[in-house]
Design a protein around this ligand. Sequence first.
Ligand SMILES: Cc1ncc(C[n+]2csc(CCO)c2C)c(N)n1
Length: 234
Amino acid sequence: MIPVAPDETGFTAELGRRHADLFEAFYQHPFLRGMRAGTLAKEQVLHYVGQDHQYLTAYIRCYGLGLALSPDREWMRYFHDSVAFVLSEEDHAHQALCDFAGTSYADAQVDVLAPSAQAYVNHMMEAGRDSLAVLLAALLPCPWTYLWSAQRFLAEGTLGEDHPFHGWWAFYADPSMGSTLTRLRGLLDELAAQAGAAELERIEKAFVASVHHEVRFWQMAWSLEDWTPVGSDS
Ligand SMILES: Cc1ncc(C[n+]2csc(CCO)c2C)c(N)n1
């Protein structure tokens, strides 16, 4: 299953088609399989929550970079609304995971980003030093992979109210998530239509790197990645 409907046109639709294999790798990663089956260990879920809260903080900063690059007030409104959404809403998704782990959100907080989360954050922040279009391309896989996965899983019809991660899946399948994604793709389509060949190449590179980082974020949580020196036994 690919993340683009057959009748969709435009630059981001082509991006989605060209890199559908990476979206599939995201969906099939053992961590997300475990989110579907409800079989993850509590420590894996908590590792994800702690890292993801930090990731979202960085994501909000990137919206701030977008605000600084905004050519007009319409763009500013987009970033303003987006900051407000992540700042006040996205914790709800984490809450469902904390409930599963029997931990408070406050206790799930960490102050050090694991290597893979740090690499993703660095990539997005760096994209914000290029152009508005490159920044949006780096930010796009975040809502796109989550929304597409949640809608795909819900369409399978096996998500009951009693699923341990019901709140998390329902949050990302919500129509308000859909409008965030549609808006972001529309803005990037607009910018891409005016971009030259060199910028288009950087846009695609930034997008592809972020989809890779999304898959690696699962791997980080799945393997409880931290800064223990690689190859040591402890
Ligand atoms: C690693 C990681 N990637 C994507 C999301 C989902 N997400 C984060 S911000 C945002 C955009 C608007 O809310 C979305 C969909 C996440 N939580 N963590």
